[in-house]
Design a protein around this ligand. Sequence first.
Ligand code: HAM
Length: 533
Amino acid sequence: MAEKKQFRAIKGTRDILPPDSALWNWFERTARDTFGSYNFGEIRLPVFEETELFARSIGADTDVVGKEMYTFEDYDAPELVELRAAVVTWHESAAEGGTVVYASFAGLLNRFLIACRAAFDRGSIPRTPGNDSILKNLLGEREIFLTSIQSVRLVENDRAVNHLKERVREIEFGDSLSLRPEATASVCRAYIEHGMHTRPGNVKLYYMGPMFRRERPQKGRYRQFYQIGAEVLGQSDAPAIDAELIEMLLNFFRRAGLTSTTLYVNSIGDKNCRPQYVELLREELRKVKDKLGADSQRRIETNPLRVLDSKLPEEQPVIEKLPRIADHLCAECRDHFAKLKDELNLRGIRYEENWRLVRGLDYYTRTTFEVTAAGLGSQNAVCGGGRYDGLVELLGGPPTKGIGFAIGSDRAILSIQESQAAAADAPGAAKRHLPALAVFIAWMGERAYPAAVSIARKLRESGVSVELPAEEMKFKKSLGLADKLGARYALIIGEDEVASHTYTLKRLADANQQKLSEGDLLEYLESERRGSR
Ligand code: HAM
């Protein structure tokens, strides 16, 4: 018999199982509590958007947009897709091909064009000027092809077929959509779409959920990963906003038990001073081009700031000698950065300046920051963020200032788990976030079952977690399973117990037993639950 295929999660994606999922829930709950205390509200966003939204915000030349997005065409006309495939894969070698064969191609193309025109007119393919003009021109080109089949040589017919196929490929059947690689672009899109600039004060939003980037998977780097992010949008770019946002982030990390973190800050200037600095950097980089690797050499022309991000050991001495942006900021940016540092000091926040912190997305201006955590190897950035004044405008909205961050939950949780595993009280710490199982009901006998079902329901209603075996089990096996599941108590319900209306509650840690009436039992377990919280 042929072996059945074993399905596995796609490379770079993974399942998060209990008990880890309990830690994830607790981590996310702690974020909600912390962000709520700073008056942030949650925004829930779609996981896919127009590709153009990301290209315009993050930058078409960035790795994220250029190489890592999961992009697909979203079409409304499945019949056209089949017809298009038939047209573009049509093939007849010139040797066998006669005029009849080429006429069959013209016929196929005609069917395709009629279907396309109808779809265009009813709006099920995008009614763009590009589509309109290709469709009009193709009709004419097809006529010319048909009339010239007999008069020209076969190679020329082949050439004409290839040309027509190319034109057919250019027709857009649907919008290009992408799974979101990050959520700042979506937040700005939503801010504009819902006219949120008319809301009073700064608009303070947070979000959490999966993001998608087609990166090379490794420890702490996935193709589906999770972020918790926060954004502040409004009219003010006061450095106190930046500092309070960073304070909130670090407060959250502290509450989540993410210790041994380092905060790095930088200012990358704005549209007044950065272009000159980038030019200067480019000139200096050209002088040392031979000492750089292929990636950095390419970036000298495309995006010289990204060279500063390089981790290649042989490039480090060269990079250290390059001009630093701090020495080339305009007066306003210098003042903004100095005030940011004052505001951080005021809050007792420790930071390190890192002039090479340029970040991989194009929308940043002025403040950039990152937090790294211990125990993660090379992928140790647990959070990245910065200012993006002007991004909303770039997307067609009103002039708006913005700043935000996104935490990589996968990495943050990995770091928490590693530090817990290293701690002396590891077992207790690891289980701290588990909704512990309180009661395992060991029932025996047909008459005991209805009582077990009824007691389980009552306990669960009062918030006590209960495991009720669906089938009768032998007493010893029952207690063994209760133990393995980590239950605190076994509640023993046999026929005698039902007859006497008293139940035996056994504490599994020390085998201490007590007999209780149903009322006393419910009261005891509920008060224990309240006390143990
Ligand atoms: P980012 O630096 O691209 O910024 O991502 C933020 C964090 O997401 C990183 O520091 C890292 O922890 C996590 N991360 C990124 N890629 C992966 C991956 N492949 N696997 C696991 N974790 C990953 C942004 O996304 C910006 N939207 C942040 C922001 C918000 N800036 C302003 N507002």
